[in-house]
Design a protein around this ligand. Sequence first.
Ligand SMILES: [Ca+2]
Ligand SMILES: [Ca+2]
Length: 102
Amino acid sequence: MAREKSVCVHKGGMPVATTEQQIKDLLKRYDTNQNGLLDKAEVQRAFNKLGSLFPSYRAYRGIKIADDNGDGVVDTYELEKLVQYVKKQNYNLANYKNLHVV
Ligand SMILES: [Ca+2]
Ligand SMILES: [Ca+2]
């Protein structure tokens, strides 16, 4: 049984630092129609998953901050800025389900 798993799962109460890569991966997973762009509904679902109390507001602000070309959606380049915005909210991806950050 020497099969290695490529995914490392942290269980228990060990605090895991929220990295930019984690945030980026999470946001990308919420590109539900997989067009490479995150619209407000998709970003809102991501914030909801992160435990935000105001996912609609966060999505609005996040897109406003990240959206450089003003088309209302977040593309791959703008995603970096959205990641920074999410990071500033200090969500802990390890236990985002019961975390509430204002
Ligand atoms: Ca999309
Ligand atoms: Ca854009």
